[in-house]
Design a protein around this ligand. Structure first.
Ligand code: CA2
Length: 152
């Protein structure tokens, strides 16, 4: 069976505030802009996007589990859960889809507690510090991985 031409886009806690608060750190683009950037980038490569943002860990995990049957890969900005959540990491590992981890800010240039990611070693693509355009980079690179898997 051929891989579904769909990517799951996951944005974690507080990312609904993009463009509304802390523009000095995260810029002025909104979550809607992020979804548009990812959707356009995916469409250019023949994929559709299912987008979810939640402030609740379990909602994110349910969305990741659901992607197992009908998505080809996952683009995720886990927000602060990046640095705390074994259960989110376990969910990503369990579904065994290729994962792109994206961060708007340059986490490695920020506080030490942001330097460790529980998601990093279950992701095959890592994009940090490119602002919201980083979602385009993440989709492009993940689509290449997915297409390579489909050919192999
Ligand atoms: O740089 C990123 O994308 C982060 O994943 C954003 C997280 C932060 O905890 C990570 O260390 C890095 C925070 C998401 C909160 O987003 C906000 C957006 C606007 C206003 C307030 C928070």
């Amino acid at each position: 069976m051929s891989a579904p031409r769909r990517l799951l886009l996951v944005n974690g806690p507080n990312l609904n505030l993009l463009g509304v608060r802390e523009p000095d750190v995260y810029g002025t683009a909104t979550l809607d802009d992020v979804v548009r950037i990812a959707t356009d980038a995916a469409a250019a490569r023949g994929f559709e996007v299912r987008a979810v943002q939640s402030n609740h860990e379990g909602v994110l995990i349910d969305a990741i589990h659901a992607a197992r049957t009908d998505c080809a890969g996952i683009v995720i900005n886990p927000g602060g859960l990046t640095h705390t959540s074994v259960v989110l990491r376990d969910a990503l590992s369990a579904v065994a889809l290729p994962v792109a981890e994206v961060h708007i800010s340059d986490v490695l240039a920020r506080e030490p507690f942001r330097h460790h990611s529980y998601v990093a070693d279950v992701a095959v693509v890592h994009v940090v510090g490119e602002g919201v355009e980083g979602y385009r980079t993440a989709v492009d690179r993940l689509a290449e991985v997915v297409s390579g898997l489909a050919e192999g």
